[in-house]
Design a protein around this ligand. Structure first.
Ligand code: M6R
Length: 622
């Protein structure tokens, strides 16, 4: 989704903003722009469509723009096609053209999110003589601020406040006012926005990686709060315009972790970071040989009292939930239901008494997951967030938070965050099972020792990547890929299939193997690739039978199984082996070859795997 950056200080702003926008490219965008103030002069707005590179070229890496204060934006189109006119920043002045250059304007702004009632507000502004050059909701909100600013002759904070109570939707806004040189104003509702302060410099960004090169000292601005940034200082205000104080937080991620460090893509780098991500998450949760959920506030009494778990999430995080369902139910005996957050939020929910609702999210900002969390809270349900980004909205609003330690994940296709989320869910399942008396000390110790072997086993799988790379190149033109499995293997198939389709644009489906005969097998024909996931020994033969049925209809078979199951080769033409661990934890190992397969098919097809078309890293709008 859109990215926002801002800077005010003593250095030239444009190069800093372009650098920050570069760090947010991974979020997905179709156009970009910056607005720079040089002292008292009007803001200079420069925008371009396509890649950030064209904005960088247009401004000679920012050198052509003098000024030490500015805002920047990468746009992921919602209202209006991707074009220079619709690109941000937007200006309050009436102008023809695309709103670029030095437009006579009181207010200049950028926005992430959606203003739902923008048409109604636009009509009001048209009646008051405003003209519009773009199709965006952002231009409407910038002009509405200008309207209140002039009508009531009030300051920026009050003008923004009056606007916030009129707009419906989600937003993060960064604004500059002509009468306030060197100042940036920011506000948010349900869209991320963080502020970093160092000596004499202030930074603003919609996501942490944009700030990592400059500061670790950040403020998480709250919903419906306004921030006023001056060089090296920031002030916060509530909806009444009263100043409020916020605590700053230290970010522990290091800047290098958000760089490619010699890898061709972030995705492959992050695949390789999985042993560390898993180890770091384990280390945060296992202290002196015991799982410690102390930091989450989930103590033994709470865990023992849970009558049912409900997991809500989107995309790969939902796939973690699907895997966790098998593990939690099997270990704890407590019923588990897994739901897509986008479905949960709009249907009638009959919560169980003492239900624990778990929201899984890497970003902690996914709009549907956040809405589901809030709905659960409104229903009086206890909530736990399993989140990677510290201080994100979901983390702050949930009753309990269990942080994963994947570090910054930049590639749109999640890999290391998925693996860390699995670890968090295993630990929750093991501890609940223990507290409920379902497993004894010996079993508990066995599970923990198995978990500790996972990082090293992932390293071993990665050492064999060439075979998968070769196979991916061979099948990069496959028209369809079907991933099939039963039980936990079905959950693994879901993630494998998503990795293929989102990165390589090859059509793929994941099916519960036993479900094929109920319709889908009609799609199996010559040259369709069928990947059987076979990590659960008790289901091995059943799934192999389904694979053989596909082979009989012309499919090419790949098997993914554990060392020792060599009879998979009797049926499959290509077999990938991974080390064994306890069956509950097999997703952590089996997913790695499937991530590599999706990645290498995308690479073989010449695609930009870090920025797949139409996708955004963090889906902050519905
Ligand atoms: O940030 P979240 O974990 O809430 O994101 C959820 C999904 O948008 C995300 O997992 C998405 O499906 C990824 N592109 C998968 O690789």
């Amino acid at each position: 989704m859109c990215g926002i950056v801002g800077y005010t200080g003593t250095n030239q702003a444009a190069p800093i903003l372009l650098d920050g926008l570069g760090k947010l490219e991974y979020r997905g965008y179709d156009s970009a722009g910056i607005a720079i103030r040089n002292g008292e002069e009007l803001a200079e707005v420069v925008k371009s469509t396509g890649k950030l590179r064209s904005l960088i070229e247009k401004t000679d890496s920012g050198r052509t723009l003098a000024g030490t204060c500015g805002i920047g934006h990468t746009r992921w189109a919602t209202h209006g096609e991707p074009s220079q006119t619709n690109a941000h920043p937007h200006v309050s002045g009436n102008c023809s053209g695309s709103g670029s250059g030095q437009v006579e304007s009181e207010v200049v702004g950028v926005h992430n999110g959606i203003i739902e009632n923008y048409l109604e507000l636009k009509e009001k502004l048209l009646r008051h003589g405003y003209q519009f050059y773009s199709d965006t909701d952002t231009e409407v909100v910038v002009k509405l601020i200008d309207y209140y600013y002039k009508k009531y002759k009030i300051g920026p904070v009050d003008a923004i406040n009056r606007t916030l109570v009129r707009v419906r939707g989600t937003y993060a806004l960064a604004l500059m006012f002509r009468d306030y040189p060197g100042e940036i104003y920011a506000a948010r509702k349900d869209a991320p926005m963080i502020i970093g302060i160092t000596n004499g410099e202030s930074y603003l960004a919609s996501d942490v990686p944009a700030l990592l090169n400059y500061t670790r000292n950040v403020y998480y601005i709250d919903n419906m709060q306004i921030a006023r940034l001056l060089p090296g200082e920031v002030h916060f205000f509530d909806l009444n315009g009263d100043e409020v104080s916020l605590e700053s937080t230290e970010i522990t991620w290091d800047a290098k972790s958000a760089e490619k460090n010699g890898f061709e893509h972030f995705m492959i780098k992050e695949i390789y970071e999985q042993p560390d991500a898993v180890r770091d998450t384990l280390t945060s949760l296992i202290v002196d040989g015991r799982i410690s959920l102390k930091d989450t506030g989930l103590d033994e009494d709470v865990l023992k009292s849970v009558s049912s778990f409900r997991i809500v999430a989107c995309g790969s995080a939902w796939h973690v939930g699907m895997a966790a369902q098998y593990i939690l139910e099997d270990m704890t005996g407590v019923p588990v239901r897994v739901e897509l957050a986008s479905e949960y939020r709009y249907r009638k929910i009959l919560p169980q008494e003492r239900e624990l609702l778990i929201v899984i999210s890497q970003s902690g900002e996914t709009a549907d997951s956040l809405a589901a969390l809030r709905k659960a809270k409104d229903l009086g349900v206890r909530t736990l967030a399993v989140v990677n980004v510290v201080g994100s909205t979901i983390a702050r609003e949930a009753d309990h938070v269990l942080y994963t330690h994947a570090g910054p994940e930049i590639a749109v296709a999640t890999t290391k965050a998925y693996s860390s989320q699995l670890i968090a869910m295993y630990c929750l399942a093991i501890q609940t099972a223990y507290d409920l008396g379902r497993i004894d000390d010996e079993k508990y110790a066995y599970y923990l020792s198995e978990l500790n072997t996972i990082p090293e086993k992932i390293v071993r799988i990665l050492e064999e990547k060439e075979r998968i790379q070769w196979f991916a190149a061979k099948y990069s033109n496959a028209r369809d890929i079907f991933y099939i499995g039963r039980g936990l293997d079905y959950a693994i198939s879901l993630e494998g299939s998503l990795k293929a389709k989102e990165i390589s644009y090859v059509h793929s489906e994941a099916y519960a193997a036993g479900e094929l005969k109920h319709g889908t097998i009609s799609l199996i024909e010559e040259n369709v690739l069928v990947i059987g996931v076979l990590t659960q020994d008790d289901l091995f033969e059943k799934t192999v039978s389904n694979m053989v049925e596909c082979k009989a209809r012309g499919a090419y078979l790949m098997a993914l199984t554990t060392y020792g199951n060599y009879n998979a080769e009797d049926s499959a033409s290509f077999t990938v082996y991974v080390p064994k661990t306890d069956p509950h934890f097999m997703a952590s190992l089996a997913v790695v070859p499937l991530q590599l397969l999706g990645y290498y098919i995308g690479v073989a097809r010449g695609l930009d795997v870090d920025k797949p078309r139409n996708l955004a890293k963090s889906v902050t709008v519905e």
